[in-house]
Design a binder for this molecule. Structure first.
Ligand code: ZN
Length: 248
């Protein structure tokens, strides 16, 4: 059994709740699909926890913190600059600061494991491409993406969990009954977001991967604590606090 998490975005309370849930099921192998930081108030603490995952993939916000952020809207960009300052902030020992940058700098863009592929965005453009539910109407895009997937692809980036099948179906966790059995068809699974869900459900989401099925998990936590931290940091837009309470 393996847990696949994504899009933590500096939300420590959500990450701790998810790690507890994973632990309570006896799962020790965790893959993280990126965007550990950006938007949320606890980037350093989240990086330190995610460093313990077996595999961590580079997300666009992780990349934005290391290089000149490109293609972000103004609040996201401001959050990235604030995040970068936090990672540079003295207070911790220099070694720990360097360790975090080294960790981010070494993140791979994808991970392949037998017939499984793990990316932040998509098989075609691992760091930046969004695959939204409505893309099932874009036959060319879906065909191209599946041509690059051996059997199953795990991804994040949109913060909208669900399963895409080769026959251009999209099923939300609700529609799968929270578990999906693999059949012959290839699939792409969006594992949802730990720190900033956007499917109308504010509970952190992640996926348990087993040899013949996957299970979506939603975990309870109190988003008002994280939102309050965001409201108290001028460089983080209040909307970022509102949205984690609303799951949008
Ligand atoms: Zn993200």
């Amino acid at each position: 059994m393996r847990a696949v998490i994504s899009d933590i975005h500096g939300n420590l309370e959500a990450l701790e709740a998810v790690l507890n849930d994973i632990r309570s099921q006896g799962i020790t192998e965790i893959y993280c699909l990126g965007d550990v930081i950006g938007y949320g108030p606890n980037p350093r603490e989240c990086i330190d926890l995610v460093m313990k995952c077996k595999v961590v993939i580079l997300g666009n916000h992780d990349q934005g913190a290391m290089f000149d952020p490109d293609g972000f809207n103004p609040p996201a960009e401001r959050a990235i600059f604030w995040t970068r300052d936090q990672l540079e902030k003295p207070g911790g020992e220099r070694g720990q600061i360097d360790r975090r940058w080294d960790f981010l700098g070494a993140l791979p863009r994808m991970h392949r494991d037998a017939r499984w592929l793990y990316v932040h965005g998509s098989a075609r453009n691992p760091v930046n491409e969004y695959v939204f539910p409505e893309d099932i109407y874009n036959q060319k895009k879906i065909e191209k993406l599946f041509s690059m997937v051996d059997f199953g692809c795990f991804q994040g980036h949109t913060h909208v969990p669900g399963v895409f099948t080769e026959s251009r179906n999209f099923m939300t966790p609700d529609e799968t009954g929270y578990s999906y059995k693999f059949e012959q068809q290839k699939f792409m699974c969006n594992v949802g977001s730990v720190g900033q869900p956007r499917d109308g459900d504010p509970r952190p989401c992640y996926v348990i991967q087993e040899p013949t099925q996957l299970t979506f998990r939603r975990v309870e936590y109190d988003p008002t604590i994280t939102a309050e931290k965001i409201y108290n940091i001028p460089d983080l837009d209040d909307f970022l606090g509102d949205r984690i309470k609303q799951g949008r």
